[in-house]
Write a protein that binds this ligand. Structure first.
Ligand code: GA4
Length: 322
């Protein structure tokens, strides 16, 4: 646990929204990677929630703990040192280019090419990031291949080839949500760390420490808290996969609230396609005569649209056929 040596000044919080605590949800699908039923369970979970927890995934815990420790050492550096990493992906409070804010600091980097050249980060930190990304990428390839099996589509690399492509536009984000105990004490509410949104990519693979905060929006639009589990991964369907499955798999709206006492650290791999890839419903998934729900667009067009919109915008809505 990291407690800020300097408590954050409450006036800094004034732009950031707060939220009442919501109920903890025990219904998140839990799937074992090697379960023979995994393919069916993954598809079912992605249809119903766009979200599931993956256990017995085979990624050694050491990869996560090492990266978490390196990340905390970085986030605990004096602000002036962290700011030196700004052109290399460090950010705090601001999310995206359009005025969104959150109680967060982060490192955000592209995963192609590898990150050995991040000059302002320590060598050990770079190694930990690279090792973790390699492992989690492999896992992502495997998950989408099992998903393709479950969807009964061929070839089974129809999704994974997009993530495996050397031009795949995938990124990696390390988030640190410091606690804000004063606000909780004053108002009984939690600060929003990362406001509600869907991920634009194909798939996101998240691992966090044991601090709660992640919430997902269910089909009936209620928000529920996801119990943290530092040994597992949480997988989310992104907008691009919703389109490729013609709406069968749904991208999940989610957000993160800060904990009042404990800091939360999360690491997320966002698997995206190459920029020039056309994002369209996969013909093998369309029933005879089924119309595609979305207009055709490339990943570059979608990403540009995402970066021109506010975090919580319904971006896919702009591409729906009327
Ligand atoms: C949400 C998912 C990923 O964290 C991210 C985010 C990106 C950013 O933080 O720069 C975006 C957001 C995310 C979607 C809309 C745009 C872009 C902030 C924002 C307001 C890295 C991504 O790919 O899209």
């Amino acid at each position: 646990m990291v407690v800020l040596s300097q408590p954050p000044a409450l006036e800094h919080c004034s732009l950031i929204k707060t939220c009442k605590p919501t109920c903890v949800f025990s219904g998140i699908p839990v799937i074992e990677l090697r379960d023979p039923e995994a393919k069916t369970l993954i598809v079912k979970a992605c249809e119903e929630y766009g979200f599931f927890k993956l256990i017995n995934h085979g990624v050694p815990m050491e990869f996560m703990t090492r990266l978490e420790a390196e990340a905390l050492s970085f986030f605990n550096l004096p602000q002036s040192d962290k700011d030196k990493a700004t052109p290399f992906g460090y950010g705090s409070n601001k999310i995206g280019p359009n005025g969104d804010v959150g109680w967060i600091e982060y490192l955000l980097v592209n995963t192609n090419p590898q990150l050995t050249s991040l000059k302002t980060l320590s060598e050990n930190f770079c190694y930990a990031v690279n090792d973790y990304i390699l492992a989690v990428k492999r896992l992502a390839f495997e998950v989408v291949e099992i998903m393709a099996d479950g969807l009964e589509i061929e070839p089974r690399n129809v999704l994974s080839r997009l993530l495996r492509d050397e031009k795949s536009d995938s990124c990696f984000r390390l988030n640190h949500y410091p606690p804000c105990p004063q606000l909780q004490a004053l108002s009984g509410r939690n600060l929003i760390g990362f406001g509600e949104h869907t991920d634009p990519q194909i798939i996101s693979i998240l691992r966090s420490n044991n601090t709660s905060g992640l919430q997902i929006c269910l089909r009936d639009r209620t928000w529920v808290s996801v119990p943290p589990d530092q040994t597992s991964f949480f997988i989310s369907v992104g907008d691009a996969l919703q389109v490729m499955s013609n709406g069968r798999l749904r991208s999940v709206r989610h957000r993160v609230l800060t904990d009042s006492m404990k800091s939360r650290v999360s690491m997320i791999y966002f698997g995206g396609p190459p920029m020039s890839e056309k994002i369209v419903a996969l013909p093998c998934l369309m029933a005879k005569g089924e119309e595609s729900l979305y207009k055709e667009f490339t990943w570059w067009e979608y990403k540009t649209c995402a970066y021109n919109s506010r975090l919580g915008a319904n971006r896919l809505g702009l591409f729906e056929k009327t």
